[in-house]
Design a protein around this ligand. Structure first.
Ligand code: FCB
Length: 470
């Protein structure tokens, strides 16, 4: 393999601790395709993507990266990368199509084959149970704002763990409940596309509850040695100035963006300021006795997904915005500002310090909780050259900068156990469809041809070296 390193020399090599887990991540709906095969029924994302105007270009996950049929090739790609871990998600409507009742063996068989191929390749499977694809039937009965969905999730978690627990030792209940609750039910830019702020707060609570009930179901079905975790997309919130008003704006976003999950899950309580901020929307009486105790079932590690920081200031007086906000309780009070500096194709600022800030905050606030970066990466407008090669120096620089931040956090006493690049493959990027490419492997969606980008070769070298070259 040729050596590729797009960043300026930093002088010293950055070695990661022995046993550090190097991985890649994907999600079922973004790569699998085979949407109607082997008993799978529609999820909220099938319905949403097939609704005109919801996804850019009218793209859907019907075929996606066809991973359902190309799984063996994709595991082969990872083997060549040398990853120790692979984080994938299980599609609920593939294994329990209506969200109730017995599991469909053909659906489970796909994941059995995947896991067997991974183990054969020496790669540790890390299974996420929910990466946003709720069976449509459960949404039709109320979705996440409805308490029953949390109970259904726990049952589903138990089914999958019962079927795969003999070969999967690392489990995650949810991926980014913030996005699922607030982009799905408040701003409506994600499935199921509802714009009901009170329902979004209910959904957030039911994610916490479902997480805790799911942890119990997993522990009951898995050997004691199995790891159980949760992945959050915590926001690195910065206030524009040190003024009391700007700091209060940051506090508000921290409450409804971060502590709404961290407090129930790690401390068994609701943030008081969140309850106050949202008092005009709800009295939180949907939180029942015992819910917060369930939500705070101990877990083995916390997964952190990080892409870019969030800069806020107090809102300026004026008429409220017309777009539905994903921040219940903060409407008309908080203004979001573009962070300075370079941007990715998502228009997200590149700022590796935000990752360091979050990691060291978690070090201080959650002592004893190991951390894994379960997603980090960047979209760029990658294009194969005449010879079919994909040069992506910006992605290499992004990954390198963020890995340096992780290394700095470890040096400063943070217990970070691993790092997973988002993503192995170019894929269906939710509301952006196929227009945004996050993969370190390029996918030509017309032919499904996979081409490792320069960043894939660079990542393989990082893994082989156990860190960053000087
Ligand atoms: C995260 C999602 C993941 C992917 C990246 C870019 O919010 O978990 O599926 O879309 O963003």
């Amino acid at each position: 393999m040729t050596s590729v390193d797009a960043s300026p020399a930093t002088g010293t090599a950055l070695r990661f601790p022995p046993g550090f887990r190097w991985g890649t991540a994907t999600a079922a709906y973004q790569i699998e395709g085979a949407a109607a095969l082997d008993g799978r029924t529609p999820s909220i994302w099938d319905t949403f993507s097939h609704t005109p105007g919801k996804v850019l270009g009218g793209d859907t996950g019907d075929t996606a990266a066809d991973h359902y049929h190309r799984m063996a090739e994709d595991v082969g790609l990872m083997k060549r990368l040398g990853v120790s871990d692979y984080r994938f998600s299980v599609a609920w409507p593939r294994v329990q199509p209506t969200g109730r009742g017995p599991a469909v063996q053909r659906g489970l068989d796909f994941y059995r084959r995947l896991v067997d191929a991974l183990l054969e390749a020496g790669i540790r499977p890390v299974a996420t149970l929910y990466h946003w694809d709720l069976p449509q039937e459960l949404e039709d009965s109320g979705g996440w704002p409805c308490r029953d969905t949390a109970e259904r999730f726990a049952e589903y978690a138990g089914l999958v763990a019962g079927a795969l627990g003999d070969r999967v030792a690392s489990w995650t209940t949810f991926n980014e409940p913030w996005c699922a609750a607030f982009l799905g039910y408040a701003s409506g830019v994600h499935a199921p596309g509802r714009t009901e702020p009170e329902a979004a707060l209910r959904a957030a609570h039911h994610f916490n509850l479902a997480h805790g009930l799911g942890v119990r179901a997993l522990r009951a079905a898995l050997p004691r040695s199995a790891e159980v975790s949760l992945t959050l997309n915590l926001h690195a919130v910065r206030s524009l100035t040190d003024s009391a008003a700007d700091r209060d704006a940051a506090r508000r976003i921290d409450a409804v963006g971060n502590r709404i999950f961290l407090d129930p899950v790690f401390h068994g309580r609701l943030p008081r300021d969140l309850v106050r901020d949202t008092a005009a929307l709800t009295d939180w009486s949907f939180v029942r006795d015992g819910d917060l105790a369930a939500a705070s079932e101990p877990i083995d590690w916390l997964g952190l997904n990080y892409y870019s920081p969030t800069v806020v200031a107090a809102a300026e007086p004026g008429p409220p915005g017309t777009e539905a906000s994903p921040w219940p309780g903060a409407e008309g009070r908080v203004r979001f500002l573009p962070a300075p500096g370079p941007r990715t194709a998502m228009d997200w600022p590149v700022d590796a310090d935000g990752l360091y800030e979050l990691l060291t905050r978690l070090r201080d606030e959650l002592p004893g909780v190991p951390l894994l970066i379960t997603e980090n990466g960047a979209a760029y407008a990658d294009c194969p050259d005449a010879r079919g090669a994909v040069h992506d120096p910006e992605r290499i620089a992004y990954l390198r900068g963020h890995l340096a931040s992780v290394h700095r956090a470890i040096e400063d006493g943070t217990d970070v156990r691993g790092y997973f690049v988002w993503s192995l493959l170019d894929n269906f990027e939710w509301a952006y469809g196929y227009s945004k490419r996050f993969g370190i492997v390029h996918v030509d969606f017309a032919t499904q041809r996979r081409t490792p980008k320069d960043s894939a070769r660079w990542y393989a070298e990082v893994i082989a070296r156990g860190g960053l070259a000087p």
